[in-house]
Design a protein around this ligand. Structure first.
Ligand code: GLU
Length: 304
């Protein structure tokens, strides 16, 4: 397997040149766009790596499945469904424009910013610091890595410049989808996006989702039903508006982030973590997607 991963990276390294670093969070531009790393952890806990698999990067949107998970664990499916939908576009079949007159729960899903910001309000905790701490602890537990922490510079950078997310959060407030103080909710979301992880961390987290909530120690951290819920949402909405292509060419639930990470879940078989920060026009890691396409072909990973 190590050799296979090496070969895949060798084949896909050229694609790092096709993409661009995310620039709307200024701090993310300080990264080397040519890095590429991969980790695979199998259901028997065999761990394989190649390339820059131990470089740490901010999870960004790759933390959204865990925000959804904690909201489900804390409040249950009914309350989560009352706040956010599960449709990738939330538009009817004959929709011809996006000028909705209202923002409703069925317009947002947990894998877009508005949905993830809204779900931060469902995490239990007296304060937003406490909610974030509980989220970080859950991420650490899933990755079996108590050292995971936030990148203070990226967090501050996004907090300073996150006008779009601020606008989204105020829209959510205006339409009654969040009731807490916008800046506090956003602070929790920005911190969540700034959690540092390596490809190894992402692969280990992905494996827990692949094993439907079971850690390698045998502990069941969350129910199979939540794993099914999250994997299904990831399948249709996890790769931004590249989710359809990804379903065709890779065929497994996955979540990407603008930090360049992708976490891919092969149900019952393996967790995969990839890092390569040069992004395509949809915001997905160029070389990361190509690597997953090859790996999926080689190991017949598609669930379809
Ligand atoms: N922190 C980023 C934002 O909210 C995450 C976006 C992403 O990775 O898709 O804009």
């Amino acid at each position: 397997m190590n050799q296979l991963l090496e070969n895949i990276l060798e084949n896909c390294r050229k694609y790092t040149k096709d993409g661009k670093l995310a620039s709307y969070i200024p701090e993310l531009q300080k990264t080397d766009p040519e890095k590429l790393g991969i980790c695979v952890v199998t259901d028997e806990n065999a761990l394989y790596t190649a390339g820059d698999s131990d470089i740490r990067f901010t999870m960004q949107s790759a933390i959204k499945p865990i925000i959804l998970l904690l909201a489900l664990m804390d409040r249950g499916e009914e309350e989560v469904r009352k706040l956010v939908g599960v449709e990738s576009t939330g538009k009817p079949f004959d929709a011809f424009n996006y000028s909705d007159q209202a923002l409703k729960r069925e317009h947002i899903n947990p894998m877009i910013n508005a949905g993830a910001i809204a779900l931060c309000t469902l995490i239990d905790g007296e304060t937003y610091d406490e909610k974030f701490d509980r989220l970080l602890k859950l991420v650490q537990k899933l990755a079996n890595n108590p050292k995971m922490e936030i990148d203070e510079n990226v967090y501050q950078s996004e907090k300073r410049t996150g006008s779009k997310n601020r606008a989204l959060a105020y829209m959510l407030q205006a339409y009654g989808l969040i009731h807490d103080q916008v800046e506090q909710v956003l602070d929790c979301y920005f911190k969540a996006c700034s959690v540092l992880a390596s490809s190894v961390d992402l692969a280990k987290i992905a494996l827990v989702f692949a094993k439907k909530g079971k850690l390698s120690s045998g502990e069941q951290v969350f129910s199979k039903e939540y794993a099914k819920y999250i994997n299904a949402v990831l399948m249709t909405c996890g790769m931004y508006d590249g989710s359809g292509e990804f379903a065709l060419n890779v065929g497994v639930p996955a979540k990407s982030g603008v930090g360049g990470g992708i976490m891919a879940i092969v149900p019952n078989r393996m967790g995969i973590g990839i890092y390569s920060p040069a992004l395509d026009s949809k915001g997905n890691s160029c070389a990361g997607i190509k690597s997953l396409e090859l790996l999926s072909k080689e190991l017949d990973l598609s669930i379809f």
